[in-house]
Design a protein around this ligand. Structure first.
Ligand code: SAM
Length: 265
């Protein structure tokens, strides 16, 4: 299983096993820039920036972007997308639980698929509030798993559950349901708006999806021994052959880039 932060292990696979393409990210960037009424001076922070899928278009357009991540390998993947790190991009290798910035440093803070990863999500939101400028925007976003991939994952989980009998203490992401960003920020006086920045179709063959799972690209594959994982994958591969027939079967469905925008009232 390797390194302490699992993202270090899968950084090289991250983009190809997710479904946000560069062209979709460009359109999402258009949406965000309009949403926050950006000027050339608008500054962005993405804690848990990973390989930069969300903010690379902003960097390329010259906006000041700061990204923080605990995984150096994820940050390296981001850097490799650029010939050299431009002056408008700062990448910081650190735990984002405590943001290493003075108060009121950024116009926009963006988080995508990361709040569940910090030690204390309320403290983390307090930190975001601290580093945001008074008229700033906090955008908590997700690109939700397209239904066809969700169904595929559901079948995987069903097989996994047979093995989790011995592993009850190792369930993944149990805390996600307890996180309620909206309630927390509303109780602090923030207004929230929900919007869909972009919808697009994602297609993969069963074979591709199986190979993504085999490479342990997703959190639900991480917290078990190699031996158990090997058994799970054997069962799952067998299931896929029976269920889908041809592994070349294409699974297509719609993905969404959702944003919850928070502004101080
Ligand atoms: C699911 S990935 C999301 C990456 C990126 N935001 C995206 O949407 O593609 C979660 C990222 O958060 C990072 N991460 C997890 N906990 C963190 C923490 N406490 N501080 C900073 N980064 C963290 C991981 O290393 C990983 O790169």
């Amino acid at each position: 299983m390797g390194k302490a932060n699992y993202y270090d292990n899968i950084a090289h696979l991250y983009d190809q096993t997710r479904w946000l393409t560069e062209s979709v990210a460009e359109e999402v960037a258009d949406f965000i820039l309009e949403l926050v009424d950006a000027t050339p001076e608008t500054s962005f922070l993405e804690p848990g920036v990973g390989t930069g899928l969300n903010v690379l278009p902003l960097v390329r357009r010259g906006y000041c972007v700061t990204g923080i991540d605990v995984s150096q390998e994820m940050l390296d993947q981001f850097s490799q997308k650029l010939h050299e790190i431009p002056q408008n991009l700062k990448l910081i290798h650190a735990d984002a639980s405590q943001l290493p910035f003075t108060n009121q440093s950024f116009d926009v803070v963006l988080t995508v698929h990361m709040i569940h990863a910090v030690a204390n999500w309320q403290t983390f939101l307090d930190e975001i509030e601290r580093v945001l400028k008074p008229q700033g925007f906090y955008l908590n976003a997700q690109w939700i798993t397209p239904p066809a991939r969700m169904e595929f994952e559901y079948y995987f989980r069903a097989i996994l559950s047979k093995y989790e009998v011995e592993q009850a203490s190792e369930r993944v992401n149990t805390a996600i349901e307890e996180i309620n960003v909206e309630n927390y920020l509303q109780s602090k006086g923030y207004r929230s708006n929900y919007m869909i920045a972009k919808e697009w179709i994602v297609s993969n063959t069963v074979e591709e999806l199986l190979s993504f799972f085999k490479s342990r690209a997703y959190g639900l594959c991480w917290r078990m021994s190699d031996e158990v994982f090997h058994h799970v994958m054997d069962d799952f591969s067998e299931f896929c052959v029976k269920h889908y027939g041809l592994l070349g079967t294409e699974l297509s469905s719609e993905a969404k880039f959702e944003i919850w925008m928070y502004t101080a009232s």
